[in-house]
Design a protein around this ligand. Sequence first.
Ligand code: NAD
Length: 455
Amino acid sequence: MAAEAMTVNVINPATEETIATLESAGVEETDAAVERARAAFPAWRAVAPGDRVRLLRRLATLVEEHHEELAQIESRNAGKPINGARGEIGMVADVFHFYAGAIDKRYGDTIPVAGGVDMTFREPLGVVGLIVPWNFPLNIASWKLGPALACGNTIVLKPAELTPLSALRLAELVLEAGIPEGVVNVLVGKGSVVGQRLVEHPHVAKIGFTGSTEVGRSVMQGAAGTIKRVTLELGGKSANVVFADADLERAAAVAPYAVFDNAGQDCCARSRILVERSAYDRFAELLIDATSKVRVGDPSDERTEMGPLISAQHRETVASFVDGEPLFTGEVQAGKGYWYPCTLVEASNEDRIARDEVFGPVAALIPFDDEADAVRIANDTPYGLSGSIWTQNGARALRVARALETGVLSVNSNSSVRVTTPFGGFKQSGFGRELGLYGLDGYSEVKNVFYSTEG
Ligand code: NAD
């Protein structure tokens, strides 16, 4: 056992109970996992497309068959309301189905050239390291695993230390599906040890990373040593832009769920709610009313809409953002668990609450004067992941959508993520796209072959 090795206590954030104690991998175990993935690569890339389709479909079907079990694991480990966890596991199965279906439908090009035939191939990269956060543990892992497997790569997956349980269960289902040993390796361990070793390892071809912008920066730096490919899905500070001509009732009724879903621990959280000044007071009133109705409590209760934060330490960080008197503070239960109430504050875009990612159930309400002011404020952030525009003026919706420096937008909706559509950030929210057919680009390399027809 390597010197860094120790145990990880996995906690249920709603009860503070230890639900598992696991051994934490060190550098030696990481190197061994990379070697297993490397040994498995030649045979995996050689699997005929039709057979790879069948294997990935079988995995998707096994996830469906174990849907409730996986949802319960995720709910207990991350403190998520069970209904949300069920939705996430449903998406995991859909992601594997989607990429199974894509395997034999991705073609190369033939390009007109003189003296022969020119063709392109999409080659797998080899061993890829996947590093994921704790907020949507299996869901985000699947966004990377699906395209990585579809393209013929082998994998070392490092879940967050706080939430490793669903990835460990998935690793068992991978084998049950008939995907060979060594193709998917899951390592429980610290980011600074296992994660960093994957980033620097000479035999890891690519890092698919989701996490904070700060760690993403160090992943990018570490990857430079071996010119490793990286895709980075990082933090966000997304704007929900509400114009006075919007259906204010509807915009206000759903706005709380765009921030407080997953207790605000969502990279797409619309945590800056920008409201046109002439509608500000009315909207604030409607928003307070809607926020007061968010059902916070026991994640295992089917009616619960918001659970606790992930850890005591994270709760302290979230609390540090709220000073002064909030516009609204919701209720939370007393006793065990890392609870934090839904909180609305009034702010200017210069305030810390509007600049930094809180990653908790705190939303900042910010007024704007007109369309140009809305675009200016929305773009005045280092981040650019997601956002919403609420208006009944179609031309304005499109103008603003084109002007916002952000990767994933919705008009008169707060949705960001679909299996079939590209997801990823502008600016310091990262680069590369996941999901949809775009997701495949990050897990293959284009090769060009010229075949002479002369002589
Ligand atoms: P984090 O950056 O602390 O950790 C993410 C992962 O990186 C974990 O597995 C961690 O162990 C690992 N890690 C930590 N240090 C490392 C290092 N030096 N080298 C390699 N890996 C290392 O993030 P978190 O707290 O787990 O998650 C919250 C963050 O993730 C938020 O900023 C959120 O916005 C972001 N996020 C982004 C997206 C997106 O798609 N853009 C989605 C979800 C979460």
